[in-house]
Design a protein. Sequence first.
Length: 215
Amino acid sequence: MSPRVLHLDPTSPRDERLRTAASVLEAGEVIALPTETFYGLAVDAFQSAAVRRLNVLKRKPADSPSLLLVSSTEQVDQVARNLPETFHTLAGAFWPGPLTLVVSAADRLPREVTGGRGTVGVRVPGLGLPRRLAGVLGRPITGVSANLHGEAPCRTPAEVVRALPEGIAMILDGGPAPGGAASTVLDLSGETARIVRAGAVPITALAPFLPEINR
């Protein structure tokens, strides 16, 4: 069955369209939507069955974690614990934006999100659509790329349908995504901050905040 397509402005989506999309997430379904770079796949992060469905759809290993998109720094408290002071400093400097921060996961966060690692990657996205959708839902959403695991990411709804012809309930069509570098992933869960993935935020920009960063 083809996914329902909902056209909207990705920078300033209308409230009624966000509520429609949120109701699809509440029903445990998968949505494709644009991010600052490529199209991603969103489910309600607190619905274990939805995250499992997402993993199967992407053919992603069960022990592979899913990063989460949040509406604000305050929403991180739903999914994380023991946040270090450096988290607040970096979030204040780089959010909204392409910096994913890995922190200790809250006990109630489904294992399907963390991959059993006890940590979770979170960020406030720079694009209005995923940020506001998480706000309307009232919970974080997944932000994994809309493609089969290990394949090239998708920049348009048509590419998403070709890559994943089954399993997506709705596509939020915001036009072509710009592409570019993925978010930088920085692990703050250990004693020393560690770059997991180099990306849109260069290490030189992080160094003033973390002079002893482990690369």
